[in-house]
Design a binder for this molecule. Structure first.
Ligand SMILES: [Zn+2]
Length: 395
């Protein structure tokens, strides 16, 4: 199975990246100079992978990195030692950066820049794969900018972010865009059936509900609780009949998002903590050797910071689920034949569509987007969600 098979619904991008890999091989062979290939198609030392969360941008960057390091023809066989190492995150010449917290500071960035400047240990490329590069602070981004501008000939930077606008203009203008399209529901459903053996009907439902977020779709096929929480969120619009119910609905939405986040963080935290305790020499009775408390404290701190981020992401997702409801109402109000995200709620969607106007629905969608913006601007989430709930209620 080739490394490109990990991408879902991205045929055009795969073909562009494969062309770049071919040119990269020619650069290594000394037959072509980097950046002199077909405009926008060849190899270059800085790439920016963008796409909605869950569309597979870091998967695409990893597949590209694997193909650049693979010695076989066609590159990216998925089968050789190098491809296996990339898949396991253990390739000596690929540095994967995954910021745990809300931001990535200049101290870490400078360390990374020094690493990126060293020559590869193998005969190919030194690759830095920076997931969620949008979390780099301005100082960190400036440090990266300088490194990217003066990258050594065999260093390749792969940055990932939701949209190009999430990076400073100076930084994104140095990178070649690799844009992922939102994976179509049918492609996601096929992948769930073929790779995970998911029941087709469940796969289709989850794929549609995920709105292009592959991770979310997979989670919904295996986690009944996640499906229940989503149902709870989608039931809220019908309950928004006055001020009191709107405030209650806000609390329900927050609780669903928090439970969603907890399901993710608790599992991650437990695995990491157990790994670190073992690595630091925990004895059979669960006691730690002296001098290890600091490392455990540092891990706890990182986990706390990550939990805040995951809670915010979960809330964003719950808001998107809510938006999908009003989006469906709007589709019905316009009499469009576009596929609904929530066809299983058709009866209540039809009622909602006939009891309001498209203008009202658009105002409600705006209220949800405004709530997302407020949360990003650090307004207390509960306050932002309450304000939204009040704006959504039917008067
Ligand atoms: Zn390979």
């Amino acid at each position: 199975m080739s490394v490109w098979d990990d991408l879902i619904g991205q045929e055009a991008l795969v073909s562009r990246l494969a062309t770049a890999v071919d040119e990269a091989a020619a650069v290594l062979a000394g037959t072509v100079l980097a950046g002199t290939g077909k405009a926008g198609a060849g190899m270059t030392h800085a790439w920016l992978f963008t796409g909605i969360p869950g569309s597979g941008r870091s998967t695409a960057a990893r597949a590209f990195a694997a193909a650049l390091q693979c010695p076989r023809m066609p590159p990216g066989c998925g089968d050789c030692l190098s491809c296996h190492q990339v898949r396991q995150g253990a390739h000596a010449d690929i540095e994967v950066v995954r910021p745990a917290g809300l931001s990535y500071g200049s101290h870490e960035a400078r360390k990374l820049v020094r690493q990126a400047a060293t020559s590869p240990t193998g005969r190919r490329w030194r690759i830095v794969l920076f997931e969620e590069a949008d979390r780099a602070t301005e100082h960190a981004a400036n440090a990266l900018l300088k490194a990217i501008e003066e990258a050594p000939p065999r260093t390749v930077w792969l940055l990932c972010a939701p949209t190009p606008h999430d990076l400073m203009m100076t930084l994104r203008s140095r990178c070649r865009p690799a844009t992922l399209r939102t994976p179509p529901a049918a492609a996601i459903a096929d992948a769930l059936v073929q790779r995970d053996g998911t029941d087709r009907e469940l796969a289709i439902k989850a794929a549609r509900a995920s709105q292009g977020d592959i991770r979310r779709a997979r989670q919904m096929t295996i986690d009944q609780e996640a499906r229940n929480r989503r149902d709870e969120v989608l039931a809220l619009p019908c309950l928004l009949t006055g001020v009191g119910p709107a405030v209650t609905a806000a609390a329900t939405l927050m609780a669903a998002a928090t439970a969603d986040a907890r399901a993710t963080t608790e599992e991650l935290d437990a695995i990491e903590t157990a790994d670190l305790r073992r690595a630091l020499g925990e004895n059979g009775e669960g006691r730690m050797p002296p001098g290890t408390a600091g490392a455990l404290r540092e891990l706890k701190e990182r986990q706390r910071s990550r939990a805040i981020r995951i809670r915010r992401d979960s809330l964003h997702r719950a808001l998107l689920d809510m938006a999908s409801y009003y989006r469906d109402v709007l589709v019905l109000q316009f009499g469009s034949t576009t596929e609904l995200v929530n066809p299983d709620r058709i009866a209540e969607l039809l009622t909602a569509a006939s009891s309001g106007t498209p203008e009202e629905t658009l105002r409600r969608l705006d209220a949800i987007m405004e709530c997302r913006n407020r949360i990003d601007a650090n307004v207390t989430p509960l306050l932002a969600v309450e304000a939204m709930s009040l704006a959504l209620r039917t008067l």
